[in-house]
Design a binder for this molecule. Structure first.
Ligand SMILES: NC(=O)c1ccc[n+]([C@@H]2O[C@H](COP(=O)([O-])OP(=O)(O)OC[C@H]3O[C@@H](n4cnc5c(N)ncnc54)[C@H](O)[C@@H]3O)[C@@H](O)[C@H]2O)c1
Length: 278
C-alpha cells in the first residue's frame, strides 16, 4: 500500500546489486511512496548491468558510479545528484558491506590485516566519508535523514560474521558521533537499522548463514524481518513522521535482540538431547 509518505523528497540509494538486495527493495518502495532517487553502486558492481533494470522501474532514475571508499567519487556523486534532482537531498541510504576476509573464508583468528583494513574502509569508514562529503558540500536539507544498515553482530558475537562485526560496531559509532555533529549543525539525522539475517549476496556470503537465518527465525517472536519489511522501515525513517529520531541503532529484527531463548529453540534442544519437554 502506498501513502505518498515521500512525496516531494529526493535522495540517493547506495548498494542495489540485484533483486535480493535490501537497497533494491528500498528503491522500489521509496519510488512507490513518491520519492525521487539517484541510484549508485561501486563501478565493478555496475558492470553487471542489473541496476539499469531497477532504474527503469524507478521512473528512469539516473545511475552514477561511486566507490564508497573514494571521497572524490562521493563528492562527484553528490554534486551530480544535486544537479539531476535540482535540489539538495532529503534522504540517503548507505547499504554497503564487504569483507575480503569473509569472501576468502579466512578465519577471524588468523586474519589478514590488509583485508581487515579494507573491510573497515568499505563497510564502516565509507559512512564517515559520505557524511563528511555531505556536510562539506552542504548536500542535505534540514531534517534530512541518512540511514545505514547494520547487524546485531556489532553487539553480540556470531562466529561466521568475522571482521564484519568490528566494521558494524564502528559504523554504528560513526552514525552516533556524526549524528551529534550533523544534528547541531544542520538538523540532519543519522541512524542505523539493525536488520534480521536476510537472504542476499552479502548475507549468504557469511559462513553458517543458513543456520543462523533459521535460528533467528525461531528465536524471534515475529519471525525474521524480510527485505521488504526493511524497505518499509527505511521509508518511515526517511519520512517526516520520524523527524525527531537521530543517533539511534534501531533493531528491526522481529524481537530477536530482546529474546533470551524461545520455546521453539528449547524444544529443539530437548529433542536433540533426547529429553522430553514438560
Ligand atoms: N543480508 C543480511 O543478512 C543483512 C543483515 C543485516 C544487515 N545487512 C546489511 O545490509 C546492507 C546491504 O546488504 P545486502 O544484504 O542487501 O547485500 P548486497 O550484497 O545486495 O549489498 C551490498 C552492496 O554493497 C556494495 N558495495 C560493496 N563494496 C562497495 C564499495 N566499495 N562502494 C560502493 N558499494 C559497495 C555492493 O556492490 C552491494 O550492492 C549491508 O550493509 C549489509 O551488511 C545485511
Amino acid at each position: 500500500m502506498a501513502y505518498q509518505l515521500l512525496k516531494g523528497k529526493k535522495g540517493i540509494i547506495f548498494g542495489a546489486l540485484d533483486e535480493r538486495s535490501i537497497a533494491w527493495k528500498t528503491a522500489l518502495r521509496v519510488c512507490e511512496e513518491g520519492g525521487e532517487i539517484v541510484l549508485t553502486n561501486a563501478p565493478i558492481a555496475l558492470r553487471m548491468g542489473k541496476i539499469n533494470e531497477l532504474a527503469q522501474q524507478c521512473n528512469n532514475a539516473q545511475v552514477i558510479p561511486a566507490d564508497a571508499t573514494s571521497v572524490e567519487d562521493l563528492e562527484n556523486l553528490l554534486n551530480k545528484s544535486m544537479e539531476i534532482l535540482g535540489v539538495k537531498l532529503d534522504f540517503v541510504l548507505h547499504s554497503i558491506g564487504m569483507s575480503p576476509n569473509v569472501r576468502k573464508a579466512i578465519p577471524y583468528t588468523n586474519t589478514n590485516y590488509d583485508n581487515f583494513l579494507k573491510t573497515l574502509d568499505i563497510s564502516a569508514l565509507s559512512l564517515h566519508k559520505l557524511l563528511q562529503s555531505c556536510m562539506k558540500l552542504d548536500a542535505v536539507n534540514e531534517w534530512g535523514s541518512v540511514l545505514a544498515l547494520t547487524y546485531i553482530a556489532a553487539q553480540r558475537t556470531f562466529p561466521g560474521y568475522n571482521d564484519m562485526a568490528e566494521a558494524k560496531a564502528l559504523m554504528e559509532s560513526i552514525a552516533r558521533s556524526f549524528g551529534y555533529h550533523y544534528g547541531f549543525a544542520k538538523k540532519v539525522r543519522v541512524n542505523t537499522i539493525s536488520q534480521s539475517p536476510t537472504i542476499t549476496t552479502a548475507g549468504s556470503g557469511v559462513s553458517g548463514f543458513d543456520a543462523f537465518f533459521e535460528y533467528a527465525n525461531k528465536m524471534s517472536p515475529l519471525g525474521n524481518a524480510t527485505s521488504d519489511d526493511c524497505a518499509n522501515y527505511c521509508v518511515s525513517m526517511f519520512s517526516d513522521l520520524t523527524r525527531m529520531v537521530t543517533m539511534q541503532n534501531l533493531f528491526h529484527d522481529g524481537g530477536f535482540s530482546n529474546t533470551g531463548v524461545s520455546q521453539a529453540i528449547v524444544e529443539e534442544m530437548q529433542k536433540a538431547a533426547g529429553v522430553s519437554g514438560s
